[in-house]
Design a protein around this ligand. Sequence first.
Ligand code: AKG
Length: 252
Amino acid sequence: MSTSIQSPTPSQDFEVDVDRYWREGYLLAPAVVTPEHLVRLRAESDRLIELCMADPQGHANRLTWEADYLDEAHKAGMDKVIRKIEPLIDISLVFTELASHPGVVDPIRAIFGEDLELFEDKLNLKLPGGSSYPWHQDWNCCWRAHTDELITCFIYLDDADMSNGCLQVVPGSHLNKQIYPFKPGNRFEVDPACIDTSKVVPALLRAGEMIFFDPYLLHYSDLNHGSMPRRAIIYTYNPARLGKINENRFPH
Ligand SMILES: O=C(O)CCC(=O)C(=O)O
């Protein structure tokens, strides 16, 4: 595994390195939320879990469950644990507001060089014991029906490291929009044989810090082996000139 990782600079010095983003396919960024704001974001995450658990049928279209992603060896006690809530903003004013926080959207606006629309929004919970996300490219597995003019922002709600399943990326794997073949019989996971493990970089970030990345970037996260959650709010944006192109993500 590569040790050359970008480190987020303190926010007052943060300058969006647009060239670096396009070269490496991702950029780390400092926290733009205060510690008090972070407390409110975590409380909102708890509220949404309660809301969805109170009416899982009513929220069925927005929920995925850990039990559907964990293998037998890791399933015990996880049958009623939510893996992901998506979409989010139609049930959360707090996360609607965060999606347009200048500290979140300004770097993406700088990278695209134009205004933005929100394309996708989700809360990945990765609670203790939570499942992995195998190696994949978001555009190839999930967004082929849409534009590839997309930038994703991960905002961690908890400190993230290798023990609780931080995001891991392969810098430069987005270049030339290369599509890596799926694992045989799979329409999500890239064939692990294609991953050069010597190039993998973990995004070891503290709560509130962010990673922006390209829809072709190879990325992965492991099972949460730790005792702490690794929650992340994930927003994806497209250039505003394309309009609101993913409105049908909202459950009717
Ligand atoms: O939450 C994670 O660790 C990974 C999420 C991810 O890769 C995705 O939602 O496409």
